[in-house]
Design a binder for this molecule. Structure first.
Ligand SMILES: C[S@@+](CC[C@H](N)C(=O)[O-])C[C@H]1O[C@@H](n2cnc3c(N)ncnc32)[C@H](O)[C@@H]1O
Length: 324
C-alpha cells in the first residue's frame, strides 16, 4: 500500500479531495494523518483500517464476499499469459480501451479488483468501492496502479454529484436488495455525457431454479462452513458429470440431469470452479433480469445511446449533456 504521503501526492488523490463528500452532511472531506478522512463541517470521521478508508460500519449482508475475495485473492486477476478478465470486461461492459484512457472511472462492487486492473491497464484512473472487506484485497492487488479502494455502499456513496466520466458495475447490483434502485442510484454520480455500463445475471434461462432453492439455505451458512461443504460437493458432482458423459447413449442426458439438479461450475481449473460455485451459493441476494427491464430503467433515467454487450445482461448508455 502507498503511504499517506504517496496517496496525497498522486493525481487521483488530489481529484478525490475535490469529489469526496460527507455521508451525513454532504460537505467536503479532508484527509486525516492516518489515511482516513474527516468532514470539514460536521467532523464525522471515516477511518483508515487495513489499507482502506471505510464509509460503512460493517460488511452487512456482503460478508460472504469478504470471505470469498480474501480466500481467492488472485484467481481471476489477469497476468502475462491470461487475459480472461480483459475478455469478460469487454463482453460485459462493451467498453473499449480508447474510451477509458485518461478518464476518471468508478468501479461499483470492485471485489478483489479484477476489472479495475483492466481499466487501469487501459489508462483510466479508477476509484473502486465495495461493501465488503474485498476492497482491502483490491487495494493490495492494485497498489501500483492509479487506483483507490473504499469500503462503501452503492446506496450511500461519498461522492459529489456529476464526478465520474464512466461508471461500471459488473456482477454486483443483482446482489443488492433492490437491483433497480441500485442501478438508478448511480446516475447522479455521472458527469453529463458520461457512460453507465452494468452487467447483471440473465433471467431468460430458468436453469438456475434448483440452485435458487438450495441458496435459501446455503446463504445462511457461515462462509467457512459452506466453503467446507463445497470443497467436497464440487469435485464430486463435477467428476460424476464428466464420468456420466462417457457412457454410451444415456451418458449425456444423465450428465445434463445431474447438472440441472445439482449445478456446480464446470470450469476446468479446480480453483476457478470452487470460486464460482461458492460465488453462486453464498450470496443473500441474487436477482435475475431481462433486457426489457434494464432498458426501461435506463430510459427512466433519461439515458441515450443505449447499447448491449456480448454477454447478457450487459447494458450501457450515455447520460445526456442536458436533461430535457
Ligand atoms: C460477485 S462479486 C463481483 C466483484 C467484481 N465486480 C467482479 O466481477 O469480480 C459482487 C460484489 O458486490 C459487492 N456488493 C454487494 N452489495 C454491494 C453494495 N450494496 N455496495 C457495494 N458493493 C456491493 C460484494 O461485496 C461483492 O464484492
Amino acid at each position: 500500500m502507498p503511504t499517506t504521503d504517496e496517496q496525497v501526492q498522486s493525481p487521483l488523490s488530489a481529484e478525490l479531495q475535490a469529489i469526496l463528500r460527507c455521508l451525513s452532511c454532504g460537505s467536503t472531506l479532508e484527509s486525516d494523518q492516518a489515511g482516513g478522512y474527516k468532514c470539514a463541517a460536521c467532523k464525522r470521521a471515516y477511518p483508515y483500517v487495513q489499507g482502506i478508508a471505510r464509509f460503512v460500519d460493517a460488511q452487512h449482508y456482503a460478508a460472504s464476499f469478504g470471505f470469498q475475495w480474501h480466500r481467492y485473492q488472485k484467481t481471476q486477476l489477469d497476468h502475462d499469459e491470461v487475459r480472461e478478465s480483459d475478455r469478460h470486461f469487454r463482453m460485459k461492459t462493451a467498453l473499449r480501451p480508447e474510451e477509458l484512457k485518461g478518464k476518471l472511472v468508478l468501479d461499483v462492487g470492485c471485489g478483489m479488483g479484477r476489472f479495475a486492473e483492466v481499466a487501469t491497464r487501459w489508462g483510466a484512473r479508477v476509484v473502486g468501492i465495495d461493501l465488503s472487506a474485498a476492497a482491502e484485497v483490491a487495494a493490495k492487488n492494485l497498489a501500483d496502479r492509479d487506483f483507490v479502494a473504499f469500503q462503501a455502499d452503492v446506496f450511500s456513496l461519498p461522492f459529489a454529484h456529476e464526478s465520474f466520466d464512466i461508471i461500471y458495475s459488473v456482477g454486483v447490483l443483482h446482489h443488492t436488495p433492490d437491483c433497480e434502485a441500485a442501478v438508478k442510484a448511480l446516475d447522479k454520480y455521472l458527469k453529463p455525457g458520461g457512460t453507465l455500463a452494468v452487467w447483471l445475471y440473465s433471467g431468460y434461462n430458468k436453469w438456475y431454479r434448483f440452485s435458487d432453492f438450495y441458496r435459501r439455505f446455503t446463504h445462511k451458512m457461515k462462509p467457512g462452513t459452506l466453503h467446507g461443504i463445497l470443497k467436497v460437493a464440487v469435485p464430486f458432482f463435477y467428476h460424476l458429470e464428466q464420468g456420466l458423459r462417457r457412457l454410451p447413449l444415456i451418458g449425456r442426458p444423465a450428465a445434463g440431469a445431474v447438472h440441472h439438479v445439482f449445478p456446480v461450475n464446470r470450469q476446468k481449473d479446480p480453483e476457478a470452479r470452487m470460486l464460482d460455485t461458492f460465488d453462486w451459493y453464498s450470496p443473500r441476494y441474487q436477482s435475475k433480469h431481462t433486457y426489457e427491464q434494464v432498458f426501461s430503467w435506463y430510459r427512466a433515467m433519461g439515458m441515450e445511446d443505449m447499447n448491449i454487450g456480448e454477454f447478457a445482461i450487459a447494458v450501457r448508455g450515455r447520460k445526456p449533456l442536458q436533461r430535457k
